[in-house]
Design a protein around this ligand. Structure first.
Ligand code: ATP
Ligand code: MG
Length: 391
């Protein structure tokens, strides 16, 4: 018996002449993700990706889970390959396929014959296969054409016939690398890893930017950010994490500027430094985990003053989401437990008691005139170090 994995892809199917490019990206990504589970051949036929094991001891269940979580795949199923011969198909259903229906009480069969030279039409194939399943189940299973527990599919394709028990929804999105590269401002919090995940899901390659404030923030805090990046890398692939120290900037702000503007001024430095990093590493957009109104620095006016210092687009995929909804995704992608570890972040060092929620740009600029912005920025940028995090 030969088992294979079939993947359907979503939006790629709508791409016109570029489709080959998207398919290649998806194939490369699938290859990377299933490789820990054995050697597989991956190919496309008729808008379906076939993942075929090349060795006896491949871990098909592992590869199936990996494929299900690969951006660009919209549905997955495990299938048994059969010769294009009705008797043999029925035989395989009775002998090898029945364990796929364990736990089900009702089923229906849907068939598709893309190889029109096969001498049975789809309704006949379904009827025969359904009869074989009923016989083999010894009365345990019943047919329910409206709400079956499992929908069995028999597909007669060019290469062979395939028998699968249902298909599962996969993660969806677009293949990594198909939509440019963005620089994710990654704090140790809940929101930014989720923001990175959402952009990666749309096919954006992600690099990360983290600001530390050593010795006010600890080595543990930095390690936490690196573990978050690693969790993200499970979906997005290898991530370069760029780290810049903003300690000196924070001390200057503390010593010379109005405390109420402190966070905002720091955020403007973060944006400028991110843009420089983005330029150096060819990232065309910045990505943050801001959600409108969540804290003082995320009001519309505050965002207006921080965006004023950069020219790249700033993507904020969680801008319209409630915390609860963000947490739900954080749990799903397994970053939540790490995010809530109680280590300090540079934003929590010297936090003002009364941060401005409705800052005026002119006042912010006047505060900045008290310090040497360019020199501080250059000095901070010189501390940039890059750590590569692999899944
Ligand atoms: P998060 O939950 O992601 O940590 P937050 O609730 O801490 O966000 P803010 O501190 O206002 O909110 O930060 C808003 C966004 O700014 C973050 O989602 C992140 O994109 C970016 N950011 C904040 N602090 C840092 C940092 N130390 N390094 C890099 N980016 C940061
Ligand atoms: Mg937040």
């Amino acid at each position: 018996m030969k088992e294979i994995i079939l993947c359907k892809y979503g939006e790629i199917a709508l791409k016109g002449t570029n489709r080959g490019h998207f398919e290649n990206l998806l194939k490369r990504e699938l290859q990377r993700r299933v490789s820990p589970f054995g050697r597989y051949k991956i190919y496309y036929i008729q808008s379906t990706v076939y993942i075929e094991p090349l060795e006896e001891d491949c871990d098909i269940a592992g590869a199936y889970e990996a494929a299900k979580n690969t951006f660009g795949v919209s549905a997955v199923s495990r299938a048994i390959e059969a010769p294009k011969d009705m008797d043999k198909i029925l035989d395989i259903i009775k002998t090898s396929f029945m364990p796929y229906l364990d736990g089900a009480r009702t089923f229906k069969v849907e068939s598709k014959r893309s190889d029109k030279s096969f001498p049975y039409q789809s309704p006949e194939i379904s009827a025969e296969a359904g009869g074989a399943i009923l016989d083999a189940s010894g009365g345990r299973l019943k047919v329910d054409v409206h709400h079956p527990d499992v929908c069995v599919r028999v597909e007669i394709r060019d290469l062979a016939a395939y028998i699968c028990a249902g298909q599962e929804r996969a993660v969806g999105g677009m293949p990594i690398g198909s939509n440019g590269k963005g620089l994710l401002l990654l704090s140790g919090g809940i929101d930014s890893p989720v923001a990175g995940y959402m952009m990666a899901k749309r096919g954006v390659s992600v690099e990360a930017m983290h600001f530390e404030s050593f010795p006010y923030t600890s080595e543990r805090a930095k390690q936490k950010v690196l573990s978050l990046a690693q969790k993200l890398a499970a979906y997005a692939g290898e991530i370069k994490v760029h780290v810049i120290s903003v300690t000196k900037i924070q001390e200057e702000l503390r010593d010379h500027c109005d405390e109420d503007y402190f966070t905002l001024l720091l955020r403007r430095f973060m944006m400028r430094l991110s843009e420089r990093t983005a330029e150096k590493f060819y990232c065309d957009a910045l990505i943050t985990g801001e959600s409108i109104g969540q804290v003082a620095s995320q009001t519309m006016k505050a965002i207006l003053t921080t965006d004023a210092v950069v020219s790249r687009p700033v993507f904020r995929p969680v801008i319209g989401m409630d915390k609860e909804d963000i947490v739900q995704i954080a749990r799903k992608i397994d970053t939540f437990e790490t995010s809530i570890l109680p280590y300090e972040d540079c934003c929590t060092v010297f936090t003002p008691a009364h941060p401005r929620t409705q800052p005026e740009l002119s006042k912010v600029e006047a505060e900045e005139a008290r310090i040497d912005v360019k020199a501080l920025e250059d000095e901070a940028f010189a501390t940039l170090e890059t750590i590569v995090v692999r899944p």
